[in-house]
Each structure stands twice: as C-alpha cells, then as structure tokens.
Design a protein around this ligand. Structure first.
Ligand code: TXA
Ligand code: MG
Length: 363
C-alpha cells in the first residue's frame, strides 16, 4: 500500500480527502497535541479490526474514541452526570480521556470487551477539523507499532506505519509529547488510570470549583490507580498499562541521582562499567556533570535545564527513537523530580521503557 503524506499546517481544506477515507472505514494517522493517533471510524467493527492488525496490538486493550463536538457524546455514552460534564468542560478540549459507561452501539472491538468507553476531545486544530469533517467519532490508539514509543513527529509515524496505512497527516511535532491522562468516572471518586499532563492537583482544584461538598467528599481520595501493585494475573483497570510501552534495543540506565543530577558520584558509578559508546538523554546539569567527569556520550539529547519539564516531556519519545536509529547500545538518563503532573507522567513512561523487560508488548 502506498502511504500519502498530507502536510497540513493551516490549509485545512486538504483534510477533505482523508476525512472522507475515515468515514469509509479506512485508517488515517493524524496529529494531536499529545502524540499522533492511528484513526478509524469508531462505530464500524470491521474497520476497527484493521487497527489491531496494523499495530500488532492485543485485542483486550481498548481504544480511545476522539470527538470534536459535544453532541457526539450522545453516540457513545448515556447522559452525563453533572460532575462528569463539569470535568469535561474544565479539561476539554485537551489531553484528558474520560472513561464512562458505553452505549451498546459502541463496538466491543473498541472497548476491548469492556462495558465502558474512553473518550477524548483533543485540542489540536488539525485533529478537530479532521474529526469534524469526517462527521463520525474516531477511535485512535497512539500511531506506533506495538512495543515502540508513541510517535510525536512525522518521521516517527513513517518509521512505524509507512506502507501500512493510506494516509498520514503531518501537523508538525506534538506539543505535549506524552499521552493523555486517563480518568475513570465510573463511580465514586475519579480514578487516574494513566498519568498525563492533568494530575491529582488539577482534578482536586476542579472539584473544589465544582462544589465544596464534592471536594470534601473526595478530598485525598482521587486514586492514582496506575501506582497500584498488581497481584499475579490481575489486570489493571486500564488494560494498556499492563503492557510494556517500549523496550529499546539499547540498554537504558536511569541514573540514581534523585533530585540532584549534579551529584557527580551517581554518574561516575553509573558509567563505571560501561566500556562502550553510550548515549545521553536528560538535562544540561546532568550533561555538565558527565563532562566534568571526563565522560563523553557519543550521542546526546539535552532538553534544557532540569526544571524545564515541558521540554523534557516533548522530546522524550523522539529522543529514544532517534537513539535507536543511531544504533546506540546504552542510554544514560535520569528521572525528574515529581513536582508536577507532567513530571509524574514523564517518569511513568521512562520507567515503563526501562523496567518493562518483564512486561508483554503493548501498542
Ligand atoms: O493521548 C492519547 O491518549 C493518545 C492520542 C492519540 O489521543 N492515544 C493513546 O491511545 O494513547 P492508546 O490506545 O495508545 O492508549 C489508550 C490507553 C490504554 O492504556 C487503554 O488501556 C486505556 O487508555 N483505555 C482506553 N479505553 C479504556 C477503558 N474503557 N477503560 C479503561 N482503560 C481504557
Ligand atoms: Mg499507545
């Protein structure tokens, strides 16, 4: 299959053809502010099967359904509770996915057999224009092949899906760089199933705005379900979280420097037994430390200062992918101080990439 790349920066009329293809049940890769998605008509079972096939993804892992207009909710979920509506209005359009009860017409192929559906209204203007033109809800997992990090630029989409999909829409690099926060609203306090840019603090602030009673009721109760240690054979509430997100060819070492990448001893220890060319992904402070120790990475991806978490997150997946392309055998990196939701999300993805060796492959 020949893949057509359509470059759309502000010439939205170019979206007419891929929008029509989506409506007909074909696959279209499109940009969102988090990562690129592999889109398909969400209400057509036979079309959805192609997504699992093209990605090589296990079919128990549900897809997020993307919408562009509020009225599309009616096609997916029963009337919303006032709280659910309030939270959506607060965080949409944006990097938040809400898990809600699903209507029968949403195929089980989309929900991975569950009776709930994850829904998101992305903020990216190209994503919204595409969905609006298609006129149907669009199911879209991240546009990577199983086991690889999510793509955040055209090159990464091409690397995984060229020749496998009819259309890739290039909307430039993604601004967030990690996937949306997945929040379950299926009873009791909201539960965070996957961390992202919107975290516990943002949710608590929203509850406080909503009503003092709700805030009191759930104060300290928003569960970070993704942190739960699972028993043998137990499945997490977001099935995708049980899978390895990414295991690069390279060995990845997360340097144990905690909040202090300038702590030279940690770096010295980490590179002590290296003996091979290595790559570095991290902040300037860490890079300076390596230099002081006379340790020179052959490949280096420095995002900025330690505190520039948005930059770090935007480039994490892209730099891991680039190091793989360069044939880098060992990557040195460090975790971020968890002062914001985005830093929590960054560390979550990093540790999944590194420590995921024992997890089965994901999409
Ligand atoms: O930012 C994003 O969310 C991107 C862009 C393209 O929107 N999409 C994305 O999709 O990351 P995907 O399929 O790679 O990850 C979806 C995650 C998985 O962990 C899945 O298990 C969870 O969301 N999920 C989806 N529907 C769910 C449901 N009904 N119940 C529980 N978890 C759900
Ligand atoms: Mg994914």
């Amino acid at each position: 299959m020949k893949t057509r790349v359509i470059r759309v920066l502000d010439d939205l009329p170019k979206l007419q053809e891929p929008a029509e293809a989506l409506r007909q049940g074909q696959l279209v890769v499109f940009p969102t502010e988090t990562v690129y998605g592999l889109g398909v008509h969400a209400l057509r079972t036979e079309a959805i099967a192609q997504v699992y096939q093209v990605k090589g993804r296990p079919s128990d892992n549900p897809l997020i359904v993307h919408i562009a207009d509020w009225c599309q909710l009616q096609e997916l979920t029963p009337p919303l509770s006032p709280l659910a509506r309030f939270l959506m209005e607060r965080f949409w359009p944006g990097p938040a996915t809400f898990v809600l009860p699903k209507l029968e017409q949403v195929p089980l192929a989309v929900s991975g057999g569950l009776n709930t559906v994850g829904i998101r209204m992305p903020a990216h203007p190209v994503a919204r224009a595409l969905i609006r033109r298609a006129g149907v809800p669009v199911a879209a997992p991240s546009a990577n092949r199983s086991g690889r990090p999510s793509p955040t630029c055209l090159q990464d989409c091409l690397e995984d899906l060229e020749g496998r999909v009819p259309y890739i829409i290039d909307g430039g690099p993604c601004s967030v760089g990690v996937e949306s926060t997945v929040i379950a609203l299926t009873g009791g306090a909201p539960r965070i199933l996957r961390p992202g840019q919107i975290g516990v603090q943002e949710l608590e602030a929203a509850l406080q705005e909503y009503s003092a009673t709700e805030e009191k009721r759930w104060k300290g109760q928003i569960e970070e379900a993704y942190r739960k240690q699972l028993e043998e054979g137990e499945t997490p509430e977001a099935p995708g979280m049980k899978y390895r997100h990414y295991a690069p060819q390279a060995e990845v070492r997360v340097v144990d420097c905690g909040l202090h990448p300038e702590r030279e001893a940690s770096w010295a220890e980490a590179v002590h037994s290296l003996g091979v060319p290595f790559g570095y992904v991290g902040c300037q402070e860490g890079a300076a430390c390596l230099q002081k120790l006379g340790l020179n990475p052959q490949w280096s991806f420095v995002y900025g200062h330690l505190a520039e978490v948005e930059q770090a997150t935007r480039f994490l997946f892209a730099s891991l992918r680039a190091l793989d392309r360069l044939g880098c055998p060992v990557v040195l990196t460090h975790a971020l101080p968890e002062k914001t939701a985005l830093a929590v999300a960054y560390n979550n993805r990093l540790f999944k990439a590194v420590g995921g060796g024992s997890l089965p492959e994901e999409g």
